[in-house]
Design a protein around this ligand. Structure first.
Ligand code: MCA
Length: 513
């Protein structure tokens, strides 16, 4: 973060971010000097609102510049930024705001009628500010606030201070807030700077959402910390992406497999050469081998696959120089320890044997917000984070993921936790019980499929009803794409639903209901 301030002072006229706006609005350029000035004014606004160190400040804002100013200002004040998916409906949003005890909430003007009704039931929430879509509205909002206190413009001194909270779930219970500290982010950004050779003259094309570690920290903050230029689109479009990569001589692109698949499949994709890009990464989900090969064949670039999680930022990466191995997530990043252990004994396993991936390092979060039990369960006594992912290490140090020991579903790079969907379905009067699984999908990696046992006498409910019901309660990406009615769910002797069996039986969509 202090490095970012250094760039703002050292190269004030260089473009930090260019927002590629939808026509007819013109693109908006913010230089490093303007970025610093606006972040300082935003800090002054936050102080005037009485934001104090440790406060949770939630953002549910579109991917535009005010989000960036607020995010940076909140963290520099020593408060905690809580970025929220813009797709969360009011019901889900209420959970995050309540659990985090957010004191401040910045939300999109357009969401006011949907969101306002939940705010009265949030005793910790002190102030909600509605932000208009246009950048100019935010600039008018901060204009009267003069940065005053010169001593507080740099980062909070204590690296253990939490600055970012990202909600993640497990296979049981409700989502929990992973607390990332200034030290975590600084360490991970430094590792990535070294491993990926970030350069001051890089031009990053930013097409990811910015409410996740991937888009917000790895991509956006990665570029800002290098003093590079970011071209930021408000949403992903494959043809626009290919055109911008070429017309604007971009050097770096970071994305998820679904995005890479759409680039490969874009109309006339064979006409585009991306050989001038020095780094195209893939993460947040497993990169299929065929996609890795198709991308290289079509665009002349070998994708660099890496592995991370919200709790840690990035842990493993294929090398910038050296073998980018198909199917592998590469080698531990500088300063990050990764080991494979036996899931029962937690003893390290020899190379070539599949076990649980565990991670340790300055990048690993300090735990889950106000969940000491879950924090304790997530770490070994000597500080290794139990990722819940399965993997194997080759004798030359390359790691390969072999699946997940949890039932997590990954669709288009978003994590979906079956219990959240099952809980939503359970609210429907016609649902006796349900089990939610991820079925393989060529475009999304996995798609959400719900197996549902109808309550006796309520057989009239159909697939569309239940999908619509879930879409009202959950962000759209979590809602099932298929609902299959079954007479019963297979259970083991302990009564646990056998999801492996369900996947085997139903991912081909044969239904007995
Ligand atoms: C959108 N939809 C989805 C998804 N995204 N459904 C399932 N899974 C998704 N990921 C819904 C839309 O709401 C829409 O619903 C319908 O699917 C089709 O939308 P479409 O326009 O095709 O989608 P899109 O808006 O173009 O989005 C696709 C996307 C996006 C660009 C691939 O999902 C995306 O940006 N994914 C990246 C996620 C990411 O950054 N993850 C990082 C988290 P309807 O039916 O209403 O039309 S993981 C992380 O941070 C860790 C640290 C890590 O390691 O990276």
């Amino acid at each position: 973060m202090d490095l970012l301030r250094h760039h703002c002072l050292a190269q004030p006229d260089k473009t930090a971010i260019e927002l590629i706006d939808e026509p007819p609005t013109a693109n908006q350029i913010v230089t490093y000097g303007q970025l610093e000035a606006r972040v300082l004014r935003t800090m002054a606004l936050l102080r005037a609102l009485d934001v104090t160190p440790g406060d949770r400040v939630a953002l549910q804002l579109p991917k535009r510049l005010p989000f960036v100013y607020l995010h940076l200002a909140i963290m520099r004040l020593g408060a905690i930024c809580l970025p929220l998916n813009t797709g969360y409906p009011a019901r889900e949003l209420a959970y995050f705001l309540e659990d985090a005890e957010a004191r401040f909430f910045f939300a999109a003007d357009g969401a006011q009628s949907a969101v306002a009704p939940i705010l009265a039931d949030l005793p910790a929430l002190q102030t909600c500010i509605w932000i208009g879509e246009a950048e100019v509205a935010f600039e008018e909002l901060i204009a009267p606030y003069q940065p005053s206190d010169a001593t507080s413009v740099s980062l909070p001194a204590d690296p253990h201070t939490t600055c970012l909270m990202i909600y993640t779930s497990g296979t049981t219970g409700r989502p929990k807030g992973a607390e990332l500290t200034h030290g975590n982010l600084t360490a991970n950004l430094a590792s990535l700077h070294e491993a990926w050779g970030w350069r001051n003259d890089d031009v990053l094309l930013h097409v990811l959402p910015i409410f996740h570690v991937h888009g917000l920290i790895v991509a956006l903050q990665g570029a800002l910390h290098a003093g590079a230029t970011t071209l930021m689109t408000t949403r992903f479009d494959p043809v626009q992406t290919l055109q911008l990569l070429i017309e604007r001589s971009c050097t770096v692109l970071m994305a998820v497999p679904t995005i890479h698949r759409r680039l490969v499949d874009a109309p006339n994709a064979e006409r585009y050469s991306l050989r001038h890009l020095r780094l195209v990464t893939s993460g947040s989900d497993r990169l299929p081998d065929d996609l890795f090969k198709q991308f290289e064949a079509r665009f002349g670039v070998r994708l660099l696959e890496r592995y991370g999680m919200s709790e840690t930022g990035m842990n493993l990466s294929n090398p910038l120089h050296g073998e980018r191995r198909v199917g592998s997530v590469g080698l531990p990043l500088p300063g990050v320890e990764v080991r494979i252990v036996d899931a029962e004994t937690e003893q390290p396993l020899p190379d070539g044997v599949v076990g649980e991936v565990q991670v340790r390092g300055a990048n690993v979060c300090k735990g889950y917000w106000r969940q000491p039990d879950k924090t304790a369960a997530a770490f070994t006594p000597d500080g290794w984070l139990r990722t819940g992912d399965l993997g194997v290490r080759a004798p030359d140090g390359y790691f390969t993921l072999k699946g997940r020991s949890k039932d997590l579903i990954i669709s288009g790079g978003y994590n979906i936790y079956p219990p959240e969907v099952e809980l939503a379905l359970a609210d429907h009067p016609a649902v006796e019980m349900s089990a939610v699984v991820g079925c393989p999908d060529a475009e999304w990696g996995e798609r959400v499929v719900a197996l549902v046992v109808r309550r006796a006498g309520l057989a009239a409910v159909n697939e569309d009803d239940l999908i619509a019901f879930c879409r009202q309660r959950l962000a759209v990406y979590k809602a099932p794409r298929r609902v299959i009615f079954v007479d019963a769910l297979p259970r083991n002797a302990l009564g646990k639903v056998q999801k492996v069996q369900l996947r085997t039986e139903y991912c081909g969509y044969e239904s007995d209901g």
